[in-house]
Write a protein of this length. Sequence first.
Length: 353
Amino acid sequence: MKKLKPEINELLQEGTVIPAHPLALNADRKLDEGRQRLLTQYYLASGAGGIAVGVHSTQFEIRNKGIDLLEPVLRLAIEEIEKAQLSHPFIKVAGIVGPTEQAVREAELASELGYDLGLLSAGGLGHLSEHELIKRAEKVAEVIPLFGFYLQPAVGGRLLSFDFWRDFSEIPNVKAIKMAPFNRYQTLDVLRGICSSSRFEEIAVYTGNDDNIVADLLTDFRFTVNGEIREKSVVGGLLGHWAVWTQKAVSLLEEIKRSKREGDAGLLNELLTRGVEVTDANAVVFDAHNDFHGCIPGIHEILRRQGLLEGRWCLNPKEELSPGQMEEIDRIYASYPHLNDDAFVHDFLSSRT
């Protein structure tokens, strides 16, 4: 069983920014290796504490026969991280999907390439019982430390109960859980499940609720378990939303940590207001009003405007911005200029020429 390095676990527990890495394609919808590497370099330069590759934002179709991009995109990210020769820990997360046999194969690939954790999704496995999903997770955890993942149903996830998350948290090699149901009740199921397990102090909780990022990070969640009061904080985020404007996301998490540490009421109020702005921006980028149809093209459009991507192309030609989404992106750019990191990206790209 692969163990998590102590310095990686320490950073994971402390909490950091982990962008969900997009996929760079050219106009022929083929991998643009140069820009794929450039994106990884941007996340490293922005101060992110890790990246997640092969996840929803990287497009699940990378696994399809005839596309076969899972290994190349996982490998390219590792090469750029190694090339950077970092003097500090950096968390490398690989997305893992599919039935048990496929999930174990993907975990083995990730482990061989040097990934620290596997972000295990139950998407597309609606035919399996929760007990079967737990058994699957146990098998994968024998290969690589696990980052649990509650993917919202609107983009292919499924509902999972409090009992599931309590049992999942008991798996010894589970190190973190990302909550992304985009739902308060289901978010509480995850947190209550973690707190009801014997390993609740060992599991780092990350938000994937792109509609509620700041409030998740500011809140201490408190539950009574068998007469004992247990608390859990959301320490960081593994987010598609943080794949854009990443340098500002790093600053945001630092401010949130300072607010909690110092009890600064003025900063807390300002952060709550900014949290609403972030949610408004996310609703546009992720195309919430059209059931998230344009979420990946929305991410790509921001990166295209900044010069990090050449275009918005996705592996599925039908994935494009929804009608009116471009105008809404213009609106959030005009309304919340303090949320973008365009100046940072400009300097980053200029330094490379």
